[in-house]
Design a protein around this ligand. Sequence first.
Ligand code: FAD
Length: 530
Amino acid sequence: AENFPTYIKLIIFLISLRLVSTVGKSKPWISMLPPDLQTEEMEVEYKLRDDPYSIKLASTDYGHLVREIPAAVLYPSSSKDIAALINFSNNVSVPFSIAARGQGHSVRGQSMAHNGVVVDMTSLRKFRNGSGIVVSSSPSLGFYADVGGEQLWVDVLHATLQHGVAPVSWTDYLYLTVGGTLSNAGISGQTFRYGPQISNVYEMDVITGKGEFVSCSPQKNSELFYAVLGGLGQFGVIVRARIALEQAPKRVKWVRILYNDFTTFARDQEHLISLNGRRQKNALDFLEGSLLMNQGTTENWRSSFFPTSDHSRIISLVTQHKIVYCLEVAKYCDDHTKNTMNKELGILFQGLSFMPEFMFEKDVSYVDFLNRVRGGELKLQSQGLWEVPHPWLNLFIPKTNISDFNSGVFKDIVLKRNITTGPVLLYPMNRNKWDERTSAVIPDEEVFYTVGFLHSSGFDGWESFDYQNKEILKFCETAGIKVKQYLPHYNTHQGWINHFGSKWKTFRERKALFDPNKILSPGQRIFNHR
Ligand code: FAD
């Protein structure tokens, strides 16, 4: 009954679009249609559904922590369907909320819409007819790809490689949509040098919260362009992004080195990311760090790397030191540079303070390197361990506080609780590779770290991880460490105001400008606390 008014509105919308389902007879709201319209509309292909399968899918996400039931799910066949839906919502007395859903790989319900409509962006892939990823070039931009917001990065990789080119900035995991990562930032080991994915976009087509189709770029409708990048889905639905491409390498030299001392680990990371010019020959192409803790294993789903024969001595090292810090770097090569690669890496590693007996290397194809997480995912899927709760916490931490964070969080909270089960990532990036004009929020220091607690839990046990997450945030607050959440989640309005800090005013003004009825991405809970 609570959904009743929404249904009526949706029906009117459906009729206006001729979208009503042929299988809709079982739906309570279909019978509300006037009889003459029922006969006519029942024959039309369906795009808006409220069947149990669609509703269930749209009311869950990768986190499995939050559940919000939408009134319906839109499976658009073109961006016009999305624009029509948003326009419709704007034109009824009480607008209903609308959330674009990419892969639904958020962990806190960010792509859900309680009582509203979830737009399943992936549906667009079926209707692109080859126009989902188009590679072109121009004298001013060089190579670029025009990519649908619904496309997966893994597909962007394969499509662009056919032209010998590829994007330069990635996420660790490639089965995420372009629209989903651009709504956050899109970070990985390339970020220190190439910036996040939002720093590598030339232009976008966006359907705003007012239902307008707008092309935007730094030169044209720039306010919308910067609002949408890192904008948590608040201002518009990205239906196309023009992504920067560069010549793709063929192979990757991939190295992991271990440290038992945090200070040297951090110092070496910071030194390596100081070499970060896009054209700088001696710069690394990828740098990430992670923690090995007493979990009885050296591997996790993010990648298996260490040779099996070395597992026992690595585990002994971890047992001895409780935390071992792993620095992971990569340098790309092609046919011309593959012979000089070892020499170049040797020069880069001079002066680093890792434990020389704990250096491991691999030579892999570029695709295998970028897609390194997929194998672990498939393994977990086959064991039924992928679709479990993921009480993740991702933070950005100013460099000056990273040592306090190590002792206060890793040593005093994480080690003592001893519940951490998933990967813990820790690596630095350079602020000057981020564009201040975007909506993304980062610490106010030239170098800052990202830390990711990528917990998996059983369906009953996730609260203890959540408790630990809260403890970590509390510690930072008390210690005066000005962390920023990445993939942020706050329960209070004040939490969001604090998160955006000096950007809050602009963020709020942009919302009023592009989505005045506060329709879009309600699952972020920024403007619509319940
Ligand atoms: P969804 O979860 O579907 O949506 C996220 C938000 O974006 C929602 O608010 C939604 O409404 C909005 N949105 C979705 N599509 C659009 C669109 N087209 N236009 C406007 N708004 C839209 N992130 C990193 O940066 N680096 C990583 O290495 C990384 N690794 C990950 C690994 C795994 C296994 C997982 C599950 C997540 C990882 N993430 C990583 C986080 C990921 O980037 C975000 O959760 C991202 O939002 C997921 O994309 P999605 O397509 O699933 O988006």
